[in-house]
Design a protein around this ligand. Sequence first.
Ligand code: PRP
Length: 215
Amino acid sequence: MQNLTIALPKGRLLTPVVSLLEQIGLNCSCVLEASRELILDNNEGYRFLLVKPIDLPTYVERRVADIGIIGKDVLLEQEKELYELADLKIGHCRMVLAGPAVKESPPWVNLKCVATSYPVITDKFFRCRGKQVEVIKLHGSVELAPHFLLADAIVDLVETGATLKANNLVEWELVTNSTARLVANRSSYHFKGNEISRLLSSLKEVRHGKDKNIF
Ligand code: PRP
């Protein structure tokens, strides 16, 4: 019997997410063993869908998946009609305004153009500061933009800081912090409330040992 369909984010969040799900006793071996399959059944009532992080909220909002796990950064950018059930306190990273090392940073006066994969968040960030900038949307490798003067700065995620450093950029200002969130489709939350609550409680129990304020 199929109980829940769970959308999982491909990429850097996948390993910590699968590890957390395994800790609550959810058999994810089908995900770990997958090569190119994107639909994976664990034969214990759970189906996993491997999707690009940027598309995950759409899969959950449209009820292709009942629940999903995704970074807060993506949720802030997209503002989909979902229930955000828990901060799972994994996948910590921060979104920053970054650019070349300069004497006064951020150099507000000279900031005319910013490249990012997060145009909505970036636009809000600058509007809150009363600054008008042109926002150029890129889909990755954003750090290239200042190098070729496509933009004066970038707004992007930083985890270790290695990518900024390798591309001669420095953090100028924090935009927001991000961690992985458990999200649910609104109908699934009502019609599959028991299954979703059980999963939520298990996550609480596992995480309580590490962080009592998880939910
Ligand atoms: C993300 C982000 C940065 C990098 C930061 O990119 O956009 O480029 O990771 O990580 P670090 O601080 O640990 O170096 P990702 O690898 O997801 O690929 P992308 O450039 O295609 O977005």
